[in-house]
Design a protein around this ligand. Structure first.
Ligand SMILES: Nc1ncnc2c1ncn2[C@@H]1O[C@H](COP(=O)(O)OP(=O)(O)OP(=O)(O)O)[C@@H](O)[C@H]1O
Length: 569
């Protein structure tokens, strides 16, 4: 490249600064500098740099091939003299103009350097991505391809750049975006000039709102399919984990929550505490509402498995047809509607405890399957062929007389003996009425908090009434009665009147004659009694309907027809 030959007139401060700035420009050659003063800073600096110096500026004018002469003295006579003698090929420039041009040139140079730096960073980034990238200008001239482009298509950079996209890949996403100016998503095509089948997205490149070209990003179709497959697998794992998380629970109660000072109850607690330390199967027997579930929670909470899941299965609440899949889960496609596999309760309870409530209500076929799991601790999901091994501690409970059920052929004897390693029979409340005060005190505290009341206790007469009642629904019934009483009363002490209002209507004494009432009244009374006994929950109503030997729907209809009371329907 031909250098621009420049001479400087004046070696003072102005000339010196022009000299310094010009020295930094590669494209310029300083051919001479003049000043009458040999000690002028510009002259001294020029000598150090090996640039020729002179006292007479006229000598500079005669230098061969001089392109520019810069006048820095500011003296009009000097400028006039130069103008008169300057060759037609040389341009005269004043110091101010020269400074301005030099500054602009320097800035441009820095900008160019910055662009170079960004360009090399960008190309390192674009070359490291997995997706192929191709850029074309508005006329379709291909200007850039990254490394992945050559990997995916097998076309080298030098063979592609310079080609026109409308000829190379006329049906591709990039040609489309250049024609329409619109974004393209998920365009499946073969890259022109190669056999690669790809899925691409393309977008226009706009500069200051004007479209100047386009960019396409694409991947091999098989890569996309592999990613989709991976995604599907991850989604299935996430779904099953979410499913599992939603179902896994841990125990809510400990032995501290079991209240009562009677010897009968203490014996039960003692036995349960001992069994909690081992891994043995426990069978909890006792009437409804005596606290069997409470005991199951407490045993788990005191066992080595306390940090692991506590899974409850109510064998009576699940329809027989679903019980097996509830227990063991099912494989995808096991039956119509099984669009994904499902984890069963035994698998959920792995390393923890499974609480099989109402075990006496399980059908014989499932009893056989349960026996196998208890013996071998392994099973297959419904419709699956993979054997799943688990480590689960079993606690079972029922209010039914299992021995009687065995006699009737409704319960497998071998299963009974499997479950009955430790048998704990929780006595009904009517045989341990000394537990009433502590249960009552605790209930009042709990209900005061729940209902925002300030009840302080029970009157002597009311206490007597509670003692004389035989509590067929046990502690659950006591809880229901006291809650109903506290909801309706305004006093601070529960008295006989409050209690009798709530208890009389549910009470049928076996010891006294029943006053004659209508059949409708009798039905209403029995329904209320059953709901009071089993609880005003869906599950309570379901069990009440079983006890009354009517369908759940009939029970709901009858409850709806009754006059409003404290029992919510
Ligand atoms: N000793 C007790 N101390 C404190 N609360 C108790 C006690 N026994 C039972 N309860 C309470 O009585 C209610 C019924 O108890 P739980 O559900 O454990 O009875 P269950 O014997 O499992 O009943 P079911 O056979 O109907 O399932 C629960 O609210 C429970 O907390």
């Amino acid at each position: 490249m031909k250098l621009v030959r420049v001479a400087i007139v004046g070696g003072g401060r102005g000339g010196y600064s022009v000299l310094r700035m010009l020295k930094e420009i590669k494209e310029v050659e300083i051919v001479g500098i003049s000043d009458v003063e040999p000690e002028a800073p510009g002259i001294v600096a020029a000598q150090e740099e090996g640039i020729s110096v002179t006292r007479d500026f006229n000598e500079l004018l005669s230098l061969p091939d001089l392109d520019v002469i810069i006048e820095t003295t500011g003296l009009p006579e000097v400028r006039d003299k130069i103008q008169q003698n300057i060759s037609s090929k040389t341009a005269l420039m004043e110091a101010k103009a020269a400074n301005l041009i030099i500054t602009i040139l320097k800035e441009k140079k820095e900008e160019l350097l910055e662009i170079k730096r960004v360009k090399s960073q960008l190309s390192a980034i674009l070359d490291s991505v997995q997706e192929a990238i191709e850029v074309a200008d508005i006329n379709g001239n291909i200007q850039y391809v990254n490394n992945a482009f050559s990997r995916v298509t097998g076309i080298s950079e030098k063979d592609r750049i310079g080609q026109n996209i409308f000829e190379a890949s006329p049906d591709g996403a990039l040609a489309s975006v250049l024609k329409t100016g619109k974004l393209v998503f998920g365009h499946r095509t073969k890259v022109g000039g190669s056999n690669a089948e790809v899925v691409s997205n393309a977008a226009p490149i706009n500069v200051d709102g004007i479209m100047e070209g386009g960019v396409v990003v694409f991947q091999h179709f098989t890569d996309v399919m592999n990613i989709m497959e991976e995604l599907k697998k991850s989604t299935t794992i996430i779904e099953s984990l979410t499913d599992k998380l939603g179902q896994v629970t841990t125990s809510k109660y400990t032995f501290d929550d079991i209240l009562g000072n009677s010897d009968e109850l203490k014996r039960c607690i003692n036995l349960a505490e001992k069994s909690a330390r081992s891994n043995t199967t426990v069978l909890l027997l006792g009437e409804s509402g005596t606290g069997k579930e409470l005991f199951a929670h407490a045993i788990h909470s005191s066992s080595m498995r306390r940090e692991n899941p506590f899974i409850k299965v109510n064998c009576a609440a699940i329809p027989e047809t679903l019980l097996e899949s509830e227990f063991f889960g099912y494989a995808k496609g096991a039956f119509t509607g099984a669009v994904k596999s499902k984890i069963g309760k035994f698998e959920l309870a792995h390393s923890g405890t499974i609480f099989l409530d109402e075990i006496g209500d399980m059908n014989l076929i499932l009893q056989g399957k349960l026996l196998r799991v208890l013996q071998e601790m392994e099973f297959e999901r419904v419709g699956g062929n993979q054997t799943i091994k688990v480590d689960v501690r079993v606690i079972a409970a029922t209010n039914r007389n299992l021995r009687e059920l065995i006699r009737q052929g409704k319960f497998r004897e071998d299963l009974f003996y499997r479950l009955n390693v430790v048998e704990i029979t929780i006595p009904p409340l009517r045989v341990r009425k000394e537990d009433l005060p502590v249960l009552l005190d605790n209930l009042i505290v709990k209900l005061n908090r729940k209902l925002g009341k300030k009840v302080r206790g029970v009157s002597k007469e009311a206490e007597e009434m509670l003692y004389n009642f035989d509590w067929p629904g046990n502690v659950r019934e006591l809880e229901n009665v006291i809650e109903r009483v506290m909801v309706t009363m305004d006093e601070e002490i529960i008295n006989k009147k409050n209690l009798s209002q709530q208890m009389n209507q549910f009470r049928i004494s076996h010891d006294r004659d029943i006053e004659l009432i209508t059949i409708d009244q009798m039905e209403e009374m029995l329904i209320r009694k059953a709901v009071a006994k089993f609880g005003n929950t869906v599950e309570g109503k379901r069990r009440a309907s079983q006890a009354l030997n009517i369908s759940l729907a009939t029970l709901y209809n009858k409850l709806k027809r009754q006059k409003p009371t404290n029992i919510k329907i």
